[in-house]
Design a protein around this ligand. Structure first.
Ligand code: ADP
Length: 454
């Protein structure tokens, strides 16, 4: 195979040689022929020279343009995703190298294309077979993708590439998605559709600070919700059923105590005291269980009034005064006297009693507890800061669960029921707020209750 340069040189030399040979021939026979034929010989020579040059030039051009045209056609085919047959190798070396590079590129692209197709199929298979419903909405508010696990009662079938708003049948889901798309924020909601309960989450996918895509996930939580309802129902029934017998045990035990007039040091007296002590504990547990059931029942109506926080905490501190003085602890209030919060007074009192009594129970003798409160532009914040035993990060996630105690013995000794923080969590939720715990840098814990002003 020759290079383009040597082919060009060779053909030109060939042409020159032919023309020279012809010129020599013409020169040789010029004097031998009759003068009348001489112009014809010269004319023929010129004609041969012109056509010869033309032929050679066309030949050279075609040797280049033909393979180039094939290369151009092939690149267009590759561009269109058709990797088809390979280019044959042209005679000219430079073009042969180009053709082989293009063949190599086509082979590599074909492999990458195959890999991508397999990856896409795998991803598609995974998305389609997820338990959750998954969808994607593009910047033009059209569904890009929907998997088959989205119930038809929520989003119409075959909604791909259609506007999301007319395709979503459930009003709550529609208003949630519209709200999140307008604000460009992620979010989560729970909603009901017929007899089913769902959670929906939406996440904006950003690139160059612009939202390019919204990914949504819908989970059917009906079974969890039903289990939760069964648990709540059981909890509620158990507390109601326990209340009467315990009250009657307490009544009989008190009657016995009154009638028997036992000696203070006698065993019978100790047994009766134990019965009364444990009955009181049981009564506290049942009362807390009833409170949790009432709060969980979602039917609790808040009686919102403007509450002077300083006065409320002062009252609570007075009612817990015995507890604090027994342990020689100090309760410090850092609350502006004019701070008024809009809340249910009785529930807020319950919340504070639980947090402030816990702060005492889980702090050593002589420790101080601070109750701090202030308002920001949108929220009220109440903090109960103690210098007690503290809570590990692992336990902090679970202490708001019913009956969870870090140290059961200590909780029992302190007269705890394991339900106080569960009540606190429910009261916080009813006020559209939340309660959380963080470690106190000076040792102990900080419980914070944040709730909106309005
Ligand atoms: P309890 O009646 O046992 O105090 P709570 O629901 O009020 O139940 O609290 C749950 C558990 O959280 C407690 O048993 C205790 O282990 C932990 N806890 C609550 N408050 C504090 C605190 N201020 N410091 C350390 N641990 C605490």
């Amino acid at each position: 195979m020759r290079s383009f340069f040597s082919t060009l040189l060779l053909l030109n030399w060939g042409l020159l040689l032919v023309l020279l040979t012809l010129a020599l021939g013409v020169f040789y026979i010029y004097d031998l022929v009759v003068p009348a034929v001489r112009p014809l010989i010269l004319f023929s020579f010129v004609l041969i020279a012109i056509f010869g040059t033309f032929y050679i030039s066309t030949n050279i051009a075609m040797r280049i343009t033909d393979p180039l045209a094939t290369v151009e056609k092939k690149t267009k085919e590759i561009n269109a995703g058709d990797f088809g047959v390979e280019l044959s190798s042209p005679d000219i070396r430079e073009l042969a190298t180009l053709a082989s590079s293009i063949n190599e590129m086509a082979r590599r692209l074909k492999l990458q294309f195959l890999d991508l197709t397999v990856e896409k199929e795998k991803f598609n298979y995974l998305l389609q077979n997820l338990k959750e419903g998954v969808f994607a909405i593009d910047r033009n508010h059209k569904f890009l993708f929907l998997n088959r696990n989205i119930s038809e009662t929520l989003i119409q079938k075959n909604s791909q590439f259609k506007e999301f708003a007319p395709s979503i049948k459930n009003k709550e889901l529609l208003s949630f998605i519209t709200d999140k798309i307008l604000s460009g924020k992620e979010g989560k909601t729970e909603f009901q559709d017929g007899l089913h309960f769902y959670t929906a989450r939406i996440y904006p996918i950003k690139s160059d600070a612009m939202v390019q895509l919204y990914i949504g996930v819908i989970s059917d939580i009906t079974e969890d919700r039903q289990n939760q309802l069964i648990r709540e129902q059981f909890f509620q029934n158990a507390s109601h059923e326990l209340k009467t017998p315990i009250t009657s045990i307490k009544g009989y035990a008190e009657t016995l105590e009154y009638k028997l007039k036992l000696q203070p040091e006698s065993n019978e007296r100790k047994f009766l005291d134990a019965i009364l002590r444990n009955t009181d504990r049981l009564i506290r547990i049942v009362e807390d269980m009833l409170t949790v059931s009432r709060l969980e029942n979602h039917k609790t109506v808040l009686n919102l009034t403007d509450v002077s926080l300083y006065e409320l905490v002062k009252n609570v501190s007075e009612s817990l005064g015995v507890l604090y003085s027994q342990k020689k602890q100090n309760l410090v209030l850092e609350i502006p006297t004019d701070l008024k919060v809009r809340a249910d007074r009785l529930l807020l009192e319950d919340l504070l009693v639980n947090l402030i009594s816990n702060a005492s129970a889980y702090s050593p003798e002589g420790a101080s507890v601070i109750v701090k409160a202030f308002a920001t532009k949108e929220n009220n914040l109440i903090q109960v800061i103690d210098h007690g035993i503290g809570i590990s990060a692992e336990d902090a996630e679970r202490i708001f669960e019913r009956f969870f105690r870090v140290d059961t013995n200590r909780s029992r000794k302190e007269g705890g029921t394991g339900l106080g923080l569960s009540i606190v969590k429910h009261i916080a939720r009813l006020h559209s707020g939340e309660v959380n715990v963080a470690p106190n840098p000076k040792g102990g814990s900080i419980f914070s209750f944040v709730f909106p002003k309005k």
